[in-house]
Design a protein around this ligand. Sequence first.
Ligand code: ZN
Length: 197
Amino acid sequence: MLGALEAPVVMVGTDPVEVDRRLRGGELCCPCGGGLSPWGHARQRVVRGAGMLRPRRARCGSCLVTHVLLAVSCLLRRADAAEVIGAALTAKAAGRGHRPIAARLGRPVSTVRGWLRVFARNAERVRAVLTALLAQLDPLTGSTPVRGSVFADAVEAVGACAAAARRRLGVVGAVSPWQLAAAVTSGRLLAAAGPSW
Ligand SMILES: [Zn+2]
């Protein structure tokens, strides 16, 4: 599903009013460092577990690239919230199969199997990125425990990063471990082409 039409994404908070205020106030930056300004909206869609969303678009004044401002409650091109998908990944890391996970979350078996399969493909890179973030957040943490599979190690790194962020920054407010993971991977935890950063 990824391709040339893929819009670059900038991850933002979950409160659209706050996002709008920051965007209009010139507080949001393009990855190139340029300032972003409002540029209409992306298509409205329902994200199960996160509600009806109509992401903002923003254009960079330096590189002129138009970005979609994706809330950290979402993953790129997924119809379920980061939290819901994260719950499935956590359950899988704990040894559960895709059928019971799907039943518990009330999602189709094929959908859940798809999440698990793509995350397994991306797990090594996800683990690498989150481990690097963990070292920045808490240089004294040391390495995260090894769980015996890259999949489980990546899930472990998500939790460890969130815990380190809480220690380092105080309470992280409403940002959950999986929202943090969505933010640092630009929503590409389950991107078919793998996270690119
Ligand atoms: Zn730019």
